[in-house]
Ligand binder design. Structure first.
Ligand code: S3P
Length: 445
C-alpha cells in the first residue's frame, strides 16, 4: 500500500441512484467468524465473508498461528481450527495493515497463549492508541513492549498462566470488550466485562453460537454484565454473514441526497447495536422503508428501499453514538445537504479512528463548500437546504488513509456541482473493495 502510487478520483453524479444493489458482508462479523472458526475444532464454513483488506489481515494472522483458511470456488470460506489454546508461534511479525479491529481482537487472543508476537501496521494504525487493550490484557498476565504512547509496532508475550479478570469498560468500545472476552477463552475461570454503555454485540452472539458458556445480564445501574467461562470446546459453525450496515450507509445517504434516486439496498444487517443511522436519517425526513425483514446468521436483516428526500437538520442524541459510531462521516454529508442546522456531540471516539474523523470531515466538507463548525466532541453543520454543494477545485481533499472519509466524500461529490476530488481511493479496499463498481451499477457514476 505504501509503495503503490495514490489513486485520486473526482466523484460527480452522472445521474440518480436506481435499481437494486447488494452490500458485501459485515466487517465486524467477518473478523469474528475467522477468529472463532480458527479456535474451533473442525471445519467452520462462512458464506458472505467480506473480502476486504482488513478481514484478509485477520485471515493471514490466523493462518500464521496455525489455522487453515481457504476460499472455495463458490465464494464460501472454510476455516479449519486449532482448538482453544492451540494457537502456534508465528514465524514472523503480523502485519495488521489498516485494521484496528484485527489488532485489538488478536491481541486479546494472543494474551492468553504463551506466544511472543510482533504486531505492525500502516501509518494510520500506527497512530492509534493500543493502551486501551494493553491495560486489561496486562491484568490477564500478558507483557507488552510498545512504541511510545502505547502504539504499534508492538510486541506482546502472552501469559503462561492467564488470570480471569473483571473489567469495567472506561470507553464504549466493542473492540476492547471483545479483546478481553477473547483473552478469557483460553483462561481458566470466569472472565467478566461490565459495559456501562452497550456497544455492538457480535462477539457475544457468535461466542454463544460456537457453544461458549456466556451469559449477559443487566445490573441495577443498567450496565451489561458479560460473563464468559474459559476453556470451552468451540464447535465449528456454518455462518452466513449479513450485509454490512456501515457499507450500506453510503448508498442510503447517496440515494437520499442525489435528486431523483430510488434504490433498494439489499441484505442490510439491522442489529440494533449498529443501525441507529437509519433512525437518525428518518428523523431528518429521509424516506427509508424496510422490506422483507428476516434473520440471517442470527442477525436481523432487511432490504432498504430509499428515495431521494428533503432532509432537515436535527440535534443528534449522543446516546445513539455507539450504535452508529462508524456512520458519522456520511451523516455529516447528509447534514450538509439538509435544511437548517445539525448538531452532533459526544463524538470523542471519532478522533481515534482510522483518522481524526471530526477534523478530517470538517476540513473536507469545508473544502467542498459546506458550512461546518468544529467543537471538541462533534461538528455543527448548517445545511444547504437541498442545493448542491459547490464541490472542490483541483486541490484534492485528504483522506488520511481512512476508507470512510474517502467514501463519505465520494458521496458528497455526487451532490455537488463540480464534484469532489479525493486524493486517494485505495483505502476504500480495506472495507468495501466493490464500492466504486456498485456506485457505477446504480447509475450514479
Ligand atoms: C468494531 C468496533 C468499533 C468500530 C470498528 C469495528 C468492532 O470500534 O469503530 O469499525 O468490530 O468491534 P471501537 O470498539 O473502537 O469503537
Amino acid at each position: 500500500m505504501s509503495i503503490a502510487p495514490a489513486l485520486p478520483r473526482r466523484f460527480v453524479a452522472r445521474g440518480p441512484l436506481t435499481g437494486r444493489i447488494r452490500v458485501p458482508g459485515d466487517k465486524s462479523i467477518s473478523h469474528r467468524s475467522i477468529m472463532l472458526g480458527a479456535l474451533a475444532v473442525g471445519e467452520t464454513r462462512v458464506a458472505g465473508l467480506l473480502e476486504g483488506e482488513d478481514v484478509m489481515a485477520t485471515a493471514a494472522a490466523m493462518r500464521a498461528m496455525g489455522a487453515q483458511i481457504e476460499r472455495q470456488a463458490n465464494g464460501d470460506w472454510v476455516v479449519a481450527g486449532v482448538g482453544v489454546g492451540g494457537l502456534l508461534q508465528p514465524a514472523g511479525a503480523l502485519d495488521m495493515g489498516n485494521s484496528g479491529t484485527s489488532t485489538r481482537l488478536l491481541l486479546g487472543l494472543v494474551a492468553s497463549h504463551a506466544l511472543t508476537v510482533c504486531f505492525t501496521g500502516d501509518a494510520s494504525l500506527s497512530r492509534r492508541p493500543m493502551g486501551r487493550v494493553i491495560g486489561p490484557l496486562s491484568e490477564v498476565g500478558a507483557a507488552f513492549t510498545a512504541y511510545p504512547g502505547g502504539r504499534l509496532p508492538l510486541i506482546i508475550t502472552g501469559a503462561q498462566t492467564p488470570v480471569p479478570i473483571t473489567y469495567r469498560l472506561p470507553v464504549a468500545s466493542a473492540q476492547v470488550k471483545s479483546a478481553v472476552l477473547l483473552a478469557g477463552l483460553n483462561t481458566p475461570g470466569v472472565t467478566t466485562v461490565i459495559e456501562p454503555v452497550p456497544t455492538r454485540d457480535h462477539s457475544e452472539r457468535m461466542l454463544h453460537g460456537f457453544g461458549a458458556d456466556l451469559t449477559v445480564e443487566t445490573d441495577d445501574h443498567g450496565a451489561r454484565v458479560i460473563r464468559l467461562t474459559g476453556q470451552p470446546e468451540l464447535r465449528p459453525q456454518t455462518i452466513t454473514v449479513p450485509g454490512d450496515p456501515s457499507s450500506a450507509a453510503f448508498f442510503v445517504v447517496a440515494a437520499l441526497i442525489v435528486p431523483g434516486s430510488d434504490v433498494v439496498v439489499e441484505n442490510v444487517g439491522l442489529n440494533p447495536t449498529r443501525a441507529a443511522l437509519f433512525d437518525v436519517l428518518r428523523a431528518m425526513g429521509g424516506q427509508i422503508a424496510e422490506l422483507n425483514p428476516r434473520t440471517v446468521g442470527g442477525e436481523p436483516v432487511a432490504d432498504l428501499h430509499v428515495r431521494a428526500s428533503a432532509l432537515h437538520g436535527i440535534t443528534v442524541d449522543p446516546a445513539v453514538v455507539p450504535a452508529m459510531v462508524d456512520e458519522f462521516p456520511v451523516l455529516f454529508v447528509a447534514a450538509a445537504l439538509a435544511e437548517g442546522r445539525t448538531v452532533t456531540s459526544g463524538l470523542d471516539e471519532l478522533r481515534v479512528k482510522e483518522s481524526d474523523r471530526i477534523t478530517a470531515m470538517r476540513e473536507a466538507l469545508t473544502r467542498a463548500g459546506a458550512q461546518v463548525t468544529e467543537r471538541a466532541d462533534g461538528l455543527i453543520i448548517e445545511g444547504s437546504g437541498g442545493r448542491l454543494l459547490p464541490g472542490t477545485d483541483d486541490r484534492a481533499i485528504t483522506t488520511h488513509l481512512d476508507h470512510r472519509i474517502a467514501m463519505a466524500m465520494a458521496v458528497a461529490g455526487l451532490a455537488s456541482e463540480r464534484g469532489v476530488l479525493i486524493d486517494d481511493t485505495r483505502p476504500i479496499a480495506t472495507s468495501f473493495p466493490a464500492f466504486e463498481a456498485l456506485l457505477a451499477a446504480t447509475g450514479a457514476l
